[in-house]
Design a protein around this ligand. Structure first.
Ligand code: RP5
Length: 185
């Protein structure tokens, strides 16, 4: 993946001529190891996305410009990740009517600082907050939002969920082979 910086320009086009539908923003490139799980999940579900680093505290003007322009560029959902005093998702939500999904990044206090910073929004400015470091869930939630109006995406999500079911069924078959003296199944 191309190395991102807080000065990385926002892309105007997408892979294969497709424009991004989901925008992933993170407060720092130090968040990338977590957010790569969201990128991987969007790749698997074949949803075009963009990924950039912007900081509510270090590049506030760029954050506002991004949030104000995202809808016009065709973005449907924003995933915003940040750690510590994690203002980024809320600041973005303040300047757009697009749904914003917040990902608290684990740093200090096991990520509780970021979780509370992101989830405790004032009335009127919601951020749909997933668990600490739960980047994959953020991607799935974003795709579920797209799936409301896109049957092909909805089918890929359904296939993904069927795969999860099969994984648990396989795990149960394997558990059946685990032997203990007092295990009865
Ligand atoms: C937050 O501060 C970022 O989202 C990151 O989680 C944390 C630390 O940033 P760096 O000092 O690693 O750039 O704004």
């Amino acid at each position: 993946m191309e190395k991102l910086t807080n000065n990385t320009p926002l892309p105007s086009g997408g892979v294969g001529g497709r424009l991004p539908l989901i925008s992933i923003i993170m407060g720092s490139t130090s968040d990338l190891p977590v957010m790569e799980k969201a990128c991987k999940q969007l790749d698997e579900l074949q949803v075009p996305f963009e990924v950039n680093a912007l900081s509510a505290h270090r590049t506030p003007e760029a954050v506002e410009a991004f949030a104000c322009g995202a809808k016009e560029r065709g973005i449907k959902v924003i995933i915003a990740a940040a750690g510590m005093a994690a203002a980024l998702p809320g600041v973005i939500a303040a300047s757009t009517t697009l749904p914003v999904i917040g990902v608290p990044i684990k740093g200090m206090l096991d990520g509780l600082d970021a979780l509370l910073s992101i989830v405790q929004m004032p009335p009127g400015i919601p951020v749909a907050t997933v668990g600490v470091n739960a980047a994959q869930n953020a991607a799935i939630l974003a795709v579920e939002m797209l799936a409301i109006s896109d049957e092909a995406v909805a089918q890929r999500l359904a296939d993904h969920k069927a795969g999860l079911k099969q994984k648990i069924e396989k795990a149960n078959r394997e558990l059946a082979d685990v032997k203990y003296t007092y295990k009865t199944n």
